[in-house]
Design a protein around this ligand. Structure first.
Ligand code: DCP
Ligand code: MG
Length: 420
């Protein structure tokens, strides 16, 4: 893509790419260039001290020697490649997978799975969607639309298990991953050497093999476009969007396809005579700011042009997990304190186990009625999620606090967590 853009600029053809590419290129470089890349680029990096004070590349095509243009790293540097993956009819597909007799049938997942009771549709199989059934619709309405559909309750625990399997597969491709929901994620694949299509096909293959499920993938220079792309060819789709595709594949889409454009603003834009993203792109920045305010107006202006600089937010491992109880009445009875400590320890252990962590340090906190607060910590011999071990350490800590006054709060925290 980079090479194509440069060639187009070199030939001076008019269009979205001209000027636009160069400007964006500088920006992308600021965002993604690692010290390694900067070193690799060597003399190509200059400091644009006047405006941005950020390292930028002198983008005159002739200054980028052919080896830079030909290199895979040039692509890495100048254009992010963001992949968005979204599973197809996620909850319903898992059910169809574990009960093959449901495959190809209209299937509705929601509430307790009883369409005569209150509750909403979580999702419906593609076969059920043909009847007009969709997420968030009352189960009773879904039943009216398709009485022959199979209705099942939500088995969130099992869907989370499958979700974790999928995220684990994705992490094998890159650690730069943002978990955007139970069945979706953004991956920054800029630094993977293989082509976009090849990566997407490999991901699809792995997921299908290990879970039996299909997904849809979109690849684009940013999150905004990648998410739109993954939705374009569902189910089992693969759509790659480059900057030069914006005009013909994004502009005809309705404005609500843009992230952040909900029903209210869709209706408001409709009143202004704007239905498509292309129509939105024809409105001046001033007018959008006038109508929607500075921040949202600017967002709409950029988004309609496919511009989005939002970073991938990589999940940070939690550092600790804790629980505290403030008593209704200050407590002077050690037995009650011990019992409460056991209770909150149980909750904390449950929490770390569910998230697949083990802890190395246990800290107990006591706050007396006059707010004087004491903490004691104990390091464990090794990482553990054993209730008995953590409880023992918590009691050791509690015993090291002199309980000279009544207690208003007791807390436990486990830290130095590691994934297991
Ligand atoms: N979900 C839910 N309630 C909603 C929307 C979704 O419980 N209002 C759940 C059920 C979905 C899952 O989240 O299976 C993922 O949501 P998606 O929007 O990705 O929907 P699907 O994966 O079901 O279908 P699609 O193939 O359109 O992505
Ligand atoms: Mg989905």
């Amino acid at each position: 893509m980079l090479r194509r853009n440069f060639q187009r600029n070199r030939t001076g053809k008019p269009g979205l790419g001209e000027g636009f590419t160069v400007k964006r290129t500088k920006f992308e470089l600021r965002k993604v260039a690692t010290p390694f890349h900067k070193e690799w680029l060597g003399g190509y990096i200059s400091r644009n001290t006047k405006r941005t004070r950020q390292p930028t590349v002198n983008c005159e095509p002739d200054n980028l020697s052919s080896h830079a243009c030909n290199s895979h790293f040039a692509t890495v540097l100048f254009m992010r490649r963001i992949l968005h993956i979204d599973m197809d009819a996620f909850f319903a597909s898992i059910e169809q997978q574990r009960r093959p007799e449901l495959a190809g049938k209209p299937l509705v997942i929601g509430g307790k799975g009883d369409p005569t009771k209150r509750g909403v549709v979580s999702t419906a199989s593609y076969e059920a969607r043909k009847f007009g059934i969709h997420s968030a619709m009352p189960l009773r309405t879904a039943y009216k639309l398709c009485p022959d559909a199979v209705f099942l309750p939500v088995d969130y625990k099992d869907y989370s298990r499958v979700s974790k399997m999928i995220k684990k597969i994705l992490r094998e491709f890159t650690p730069i991953i943002e978990e955007a929901g139970i069945d979706e994620a953004f991956l920054d694949i800029s630094e993977i050497r293989n082509g976009s299509e090849e990566i997407a096909k490999e991901i699809k293959k792995r997921i299908k093999k290990e879970t039996g499920l299909t997904c849809s993938i979109g690849i684009a220079p940013n999150k905004l476009l990648a998410k739109i792309a993954s939705d374009m060819d569902k189910p089992d789709g693969l759509t790659i969007i480059a900057e030069e595709d914006i005009e013909h594949s994004i502009w005809p889409l309705p404005v609500r396809k843009l992230r952040g454009v909900g029903p209210k603003n869709t209706a408001y834009l409709k009143e202004m005579g704007i239905r498509t993203i292309g129509e939105l792109a024809s409105i001046s920045l001033n007018k959008l700011i006038e109508r929607f305010g500075k921040s949202y107006g600017r967002y709409l202006y950029d988004a309609s042009r496919g511009i989005d600089d939002s970073p991938i937010i990589v999940h940070r491992e939690p550092k600790s997990s804790g629980r505290e109880i403030t008593f209704q009445k200050d407590i002077g009875n050690i037995q009650i304190l011990r019992k409460t400590l056991v209770e909150i320890t149980k909750q904390v252990v449950k929490n770390i186990r569910e998230r697949g962590y083990k802890a190395r340090t246990v800290t107990v906190k006591i706050r007396f009625s006059d707010f004087e607060t004491h903490t004691r910590a104990k390091s464990l011999y090794e990482h553990t999620d054993s209730f008995e071990d953590i409880k023992r350490a918590a009691f050791d800590c509690l015993n090291r606090i002199e309980l000279k006054k009544k207690v208003r709060l007791i807390g436990i925290r486990v830290s130095k967590l590691e994934k297991w």
